[in-house]
Design a protein around this ligand. Structure first.
Ligand code: PMV
Length: 336
């Protein structure tokens, strides 16, 4: 087969990855644990074609250039090297949510690209191997290959660009139902990409060391709380992880927050004072994602919509892993 279409969902990290290991590989310095989101999706078609003189990439109708193009071409080169495919590829991708604004579009984008490219190149790799391929272009993308709650270890120390590192599913959606309210505070792309933001943090933040030693402890505690279905502890630890990550970044001048971000954080604290188990998490952008139990989603959504800087609220539940879409049938992979 020289053509394939894949669908992948973004994921939200409950314990954040922020910082790469030194060296050439894209290996995370800390472990992370995420939840894959239903209700937001990237759909990507990859076609190898001998008529092409170079790889052609189109995202939401516009050509992809610069850093994102280089990372996608790297991924296609890896597929060509592993499969013996020699043709260039046409890649057409579409997100149904704002791109590059802290909504983890790189996670769903590179997860869908990795799966579609591997299959179009004729590689029938197991999902772990596709997760490792995606991770080499975007660390968070490794997690979107799987559904439910997903974990990614820290990379081993040292300059080990060839190391294998894949995410793994650790609990299904039904293990601990969760609603995620994505409070969109701006539709534009963020000013500082996550790779640049984390490099600056590790280089310049006085709190970089504190983050690197604290993050694995938060991760271990959250993992434990998740396995024992302790929603309040999972929420509190997820909020702590996001605040610690941003505190380390802010101290290096990497500020993703806006006034609206702080206003949503205040609304979440207000919900907690009123007895609702609501918690916040924030990726490398201004949006706040509110974590609640499904039965509290309507109440929390009403509070979020009332915050003046919130443009809209997208309600997501826990989703499945990346999967192929083939004419007439869809094939699932990696759903836990
Ligand atoms: O792998 P990237 O470049 O998408 O970085 C992701 C960084 C965060 O979203 C802030 C945290 C995470 O673990 O997803």
């Amino acid at each position: 087969m020289s053509e394939a279409v894949a669908i992948a969902h973004p994921n939200i990290a409950l314990t954040k990855y922020w910082g790469k290991r030194a060296g050439a590989g894209r290996l995370p310095a800390v472990p992370s644990l995420s939840v894959t989101l239903a209700g937001l999706a990237t759909r990507t078609r990859v076609r190898f074609d001998h008529a092409l003189a170079r790889d052609r990439l189109v995202l939401n109708g516009s050509p992809v250039e610069g850093e994102a193009e280089a990372r996608a071409v790297d991924l296609l080169d890896r597929v060509r090297a592993a499969s013996g495919e020699v043709r260039f590829a046409e890649v057409e991708s579409r997100n149904d949510f704002p791109t590059a604004s802290g909504l983890a579009s790189s996670a769903s984008g590179f997860a869908a690209l990795a799966l579609a490219a591997a299959r179009a190149g004729g590689l029938s790799w197991e999902t772990r191997r596709v997760s490792d391929l995606a991770r080499r272009s975007s660390v968070s993308a490794a997690r979107s290959l799987f559904g439910g709650y997903v974990e990614l270890d820290a990379g081993p120390p040292g300059d080990l660009a060839t190391d294998f590192l894949a995410a793994r599913p650790i609990a299904s959606a039904s293990h601990m139902p969760l609603a995620v309210l994505v409070c969109v505070t701006s539709e534009g792309p963020k000013a500082v990409g996550s790779t640049a933001g984390m490099q600056t943090t590790l280089r310049e933040s006085p709190y970089a060391e504190a983050w690197l030693s604290h993050a694995p402890r938060l991760h271990a505690r959250l993992r434990e709380a998740l396995l024992s279905r302790d929603f309040a502890a999972v929420g509190a630890l997820a909020e702590s992880s996001a605040l610690a990550m941003h505190a380390s970044a802010i101290a290096a001048g990497v500020v993703y927050w806006t006034g609206a971000t702080l206003d949503v954080l205040a609304a979440v604290r207000g919900l907690r004072s009123a007895g609702v188990l609501a918690f916040a998490t924030i990726d490398a952008g201004p949006h706040v994602k509110i974590l609640v139990r499904p039965q509290d989603a309507a109440h929390a959504k009403a509070a979020a919509v009332a915050v003046p800087g919130v443009k809209r609220v997208i309600e997501a539940s826990i989703g499945e892993g990346a999967r192929l879409e083939t004419p007439g049938m869809s094939e699932g992979t990696g759903t836990s």
